[in-house]
Design a protein around this ligand. Structure first.
Ligand code: SAH
Ligand code: AVI
Length: 332
């Protein structure tokens, strides 16, 4: 039996979490256009499907970021010299090992905090990291990186990381306040390493979200299964089709679920009885693509400043190292 030690904590109890979810779903599905928050993709099945997506030939993001990180982890650690690593939206928690190894190599490694909304993936990743790095203090926080960052506590010798271009799943208007809240949990000299998918050829972008094997379609429809399991809804996932396209005006991929027929859906826990017309759509995700300029434009006033912009030779993806400045962020 493994003796790996880690600590797991949750932002909310089960009842509180269920009530919050019901309210968010009610707000999203009664608004026009209808939407569902993308964080609800990630039950165990959804997180597993995301892992499958990362291995698809069309989904260049994960392998490009991982290769880039392998090349720069030493440089990042040499610049920041952190003793604590925090990963937001850690998922299967593989990439973080490249940074932990670089910290270990420098004799700096002390603590690691993982934050994710999926409790079982979080427990597995925390367990694995604690087994691989026996002297590392590992903490897992089940929570929402938008609303629950306070659970991280104050910074100091901290490097925070946010991989996968998950920042792209936030609306651009919400990014500066999010960055300012992250800055509030860093001390001057600490840093935030952010993975950002870059604007590129539309065909390549759209292929990454419309894979030939249909895994992204299953991932998209999984959100309906989550509604059925957690809120007692009666969605028929086969009565919706997957839609994903690039919107050049907003520079984002938008994913939707389109109703294939006139149908009625009840969601008892959210007190909803909905009618969907044939062709009516629910927005399930935006995935923003940035340029150096459009990303840099989000930073002023956040308490974070651009230190290094690392990119792969094809300029598909960037890892952006942001340094905590001495000024207060927007969130104050
Ligand atoms: N970091 C991993 C996983 C990225 S997938 C990688 O690089 O491959 C996005 C991850 O963020 C998932 O594990 C999902 O459960 C988590 N997530 C999505 N929205 C979240 C939110 N609002 N708060 C916390 N975790 C969230
Ligand atoms: C987690 N996130 C960055 C992924 C993305 O590319 O926006 C989620 C995903 N959606 C469809 N495929 C993958």
């Amino acid at each position: 039996m493994s003796s790996a030690l880690y600590r797991l904590e949750a932002a909310e109890g089960d009842d509180e979490r269920a009530a919050r979810m019901a309210e968010e779903i009610r707000a999203g599905l009664t608004a026009r256009p209808r939407s569902l928050p993308s964080k609800y993709f990630y039950d165990d099945r959804g997180s597993g499907l995301f892992e499958d997506i990362t291995r698809l030939p069309e989904y260049y993001l994960t392998r490009t970021e991982e290769r880039l990180l392998a090349g720069i982890a030493g440089d990042v650690v040499a610049r920041v010299r952190p003793s604590e690593l925090v990963e937001l939206g850690s998922g299967a928690g593989r990439k973080i090992r490249l940074l932990l190894e670089a910290m270990d190599h420098e004799g700096l490694l002390e603590r690691c905090v993982l934050m994710d909304i999926n409790a079982s993936f979080l427990a597995d990743s925390a367990h694995t990291l604690a087994a691989v790095f026996p002297d590392l203090g590992v903490r897992g926080v089940v929570g929402d990186f938008v609303g629950d960052l306070d659970l991280l506590g104050p910074g100091g010798n901290r490097l925070a990381a946010f991989f996968a271009s998950t920042i792209g799943n936030l609306h651009p208007d919400d990014v500066p306040p999010f960055l300012a809240r992250v800055a509030d949990h860093l001390a001057p000299g600490d840093a935030f390493l952010v993975g950002v998918d870059l604007v590129k050829d539309v065909a390549r972008l759209e292929a990454a979200y419309n894979d030939a094997a249909g895994v992204t379609a299953e991932f998209n429809k999984n959100i309906l299964r989550v509604m059925n399991e957690r809120l007692g809804a009666d969605f028929d996932p086969d009565a919706f089709e997957h839609v994903a396209f690039y919107d050049p005006l907003h520079a984002w991929i938008e994913m939707r679920l389109r109703s294939l027929k006139l149908q009625r859906v009840r969601i008892p826990a959210a007190r909803l009885d909905l009618a969907f017309e044939a062709g009516e759509e629910i927005r399930t995700e935006i995935s923003c693509k940035y340029t150096y300029e459009s990303f840099a434009a989000l930073l002023p006033g956040t308490g974070l400043a651009l230190d290094r912009w690392y990119t792969d030779p094809e300029h598909l993806f960037a890892l952006v190292l942001l340094g905590r400045t001495a000024e207060h962020g927007l969130s104050r």
